[in-house]
Design a protein around this ligand. Structure first.
Ligand code: SF4
Length: 333
């Protein structure tokens, strides 16, 4: 018999009652609209709520429906996305919007949603539970921290079998009539109370059933693989400019800043460049040092290996953060 049954503690009820009082007020929680929920989930992957909220509002205002988003030019979406990073998400956002329109609406199950570009198990479960009341746990980093502590799961969370084990353990904690609210309660708990360090167990509605709390080993969970140190890389970028225009190339479909407009990293033989300013930029597993070299004495020519843009046009392009930084640092935009 476990501690949870000895005290007859009902974590499911405690969780939903706590959520009704302490829920974080977020605009997509006023919707059962799968589009609004999906958009929030895609924007909030790898992004804090404070940073993602204005983006969600801008997207909802410019594209109030999935049809409008599907019809939008890709460059316009990239420009609106700029600054959020992980640009493959914007590409998937557009592709998924088109897929939803082709299907005639959002799939209503986790398995159906998983077929959409860029929708992984967590996002699919979040949407299906919030918009369609499917009783499936949404396991993001916050939820995994809460659940691994609550159940004292000692296996590494990067293993698929551990995730299956956690899913089996935590599904009974979801309120079957309000699974979306149960999932959001866990997310709120993980972001505000069951924090990575020094969790506030005294304020936690789950404390009477929490095994890690009982043992006093909260910070031992979740069990993660050892972290690799970030790799340092230096990139040289060449800045073609002539008669108020700037030369940019579109980044490849895969890899860093996919689909965004960037200065070229190679220079045809006939051009001469001089070193200019440099900056550092942190990516998830890399520290990039960017050295900007300026090309001053060239003319716009049709055979150039880049596309010329006026500053007005540059303002509306999807640019990586350090490229936008360069234009701002030079007082061009
Ligand atoms: S009791 Fe503490 S460790 Fe357990 S879920 Fe709550 S905040 Fe996390």
């Amino acid at each position: 018999m476990t501690e949870r049954t000895i005290f007859n503690f009902n974590g499911k009820v405690a969780l939903i009652e706590w959520f009704d009082v302490h829920r974080r007020l977020l605009p997509w929680r006023d919707h059962s609209n799968p589009y609004a929920i999906w958009l929030s989930e895609v924007i909030l992957q790898q992004t804090r709520v404070e940073q993602g909220l204005p983006y969600w509002e801008r997207f909802m205002s410019k594209y109030p429906s999935v049809e409008k988003l599907a019809d939008a030019p890709f460059d316009e979406i990239m420009a609106l996305w700029a600054g959020l990073g992980y640009y493959s998400r914007a590409r998937n956002l557009h592709a998924a919007a088109k897929a939803v329109v082709a299907l005639g609406g959002f799939p209503s199950t986790r398995d159906g949603l998983l077929d959409l570009p860029g929708v992984g198990p967590y996002t699919a479960a979040a949407i299906s539970s919030m918009a369609f009341q499917e009783v499936v746990p949404a396991l993001d980093g916050n939820a995994l921290r809460v659940y691994t502590r609550y159940f004292a799961v000692a296996e590494r969370i990067d293993q698929k079998r551990t995730l299956r084990h956690i899913e089996a353990l935590c599904t009974p904690l979801l309120d079957s009539s309000r699974p979306g609210d149960s999932n959001q309660a866990i997310m709120d708990l993980g972001s505000r109370i069951c924090t990575p360090t020094r969790p506030q167990c005294g304020e936690c509605p789950l404390q009477h059933g929490c095994e890690a709390h009982r043992r006093g080993t909260m910070e031992s969970f979740p069990v993660k693989p050892a972290k690799k140190p970030p790799q340092a890389e230096t990139w040289t970028l060449y800045v073609p400019q002539s008669f108020g225009k700037f030369g940019l190339v579109r980044r490849p479909e895969k890899g860093i800043w996919s689909g965004l407009w960037c200065f070229p990293s190679t220079l045809p033989d006939e051009y001469v460049s001089i070193p200019g300013i440099r900056t550092q930029h942190l990516l998830s597993h890399r520290v990039l040092t960017l050295e900007f070299h300026e090309i001053l004495e060239n003319q716009p020519r049709s055979e150039d290996a880049w596309t010329w843009f006026t500053l007005e046009e540059v303002k509306n392009l999807g640019l990586p953060v350090p490229i936008r930084w360069w234009f701002e640092e030079k007082n061009y935009i």
